[in-house]
Design a protein around this ligand. Structure first.
Ligand SMILES: Cc1cc2nc3c(=O)[nH]c(=O)nc-3n(C[C@H](O)[C@H](O)[C@H](O)COP(=O)(O)O)c2cc1C
Length: 177
């Protein structure tokens, strides 16, 4: 029986990687055997008994490494306990969180075979100084919600740690049917 839990992340600017590191650290503290990896480097799920998948939203979609990972590993993921965390909202406005929850629900609905044992939305981090093409250009467009937005970090580390601490039980292996 594989023992290890994959904590796999997609990250463009590093904030989701840092959250994945925190989640992996909490699971390790709980005595679980954890493997932290960028999703694009994961070739097989054979050696894992469960998966924690972390990805940010960009323009309403999960980071493409997460979408590719889901497409590539559909069969294996359908059989494993999977917990998902998503980064997105850049502030605490209820209206924005509701909108992003809608984006997340739409992403989840594209994978009806995926039945996450847990799914949570966390605030994200934004630094306009770090943007590269094409986002650097995109955020200057008059219609962009990020136009003139200053740097921010809406990650709530207490919420992140407490979510991770509650994962050990739902990530227990599925009972054979
Ligand atoms: C160009 C751009 C588009 C974004 N679009 C969305 C979005 O549609 N929904 C959302 O909730 N967050 C959006 N975000 C916020 C990111 O999800 C957030 O910055 C996240 O922390 C980035 O993760 P990373 O640092 O791991 O790449 C966007 C950020 C950028 C720079």
């Amino acid at each position: 029986m594989p023992e290890s839990i994959l904590v796999g992340y997609a990250s463009r600017y590093g904030s989701t990687r840092e959250v994945a590191e925190a989640v992996a650290a909490i699971l390790s503290e709980k005595g679980l055997d954890v493997d932290l990896q960028p999703l694009r480097k994961v070739e097989s799920l054979e050696s894992y008994r469960a998966v924690v998948l972390g990805a940010p939203l960009f323009i309403g979609l999960w980071h493409k490494d997460a979408r590719n990972f889901l497409a590539r590993n559909r069969e294996a993921l359908a059989k494993l306990p999977v917990a998902i965390f998503t980064l997105g909202p850049l502030n605490k406005e209820e209206k924005d969180w509701a909108e992003v929850k809608g984006q997340l629900d739409k992403e989840l609905a594209k994978y009806p075979w995926l039945k996450p044992v847990a799914s949570e939305l966390f605030g994200g981090k934004y630094d306009p100084g770090k943007l590269r093409f094409p986002y650097k250009l995109l955020v200057t467009m008059p219609a962009s919600p990020l136009r003139h937005m200053p740097a921010s970090d809406a990650r709530d580390w207490e919420k992140i740690r407490s979510w991770a601490a509650g994962l050990a039980r739902p990530l227990r292996p599925n009972k054979p049917k």
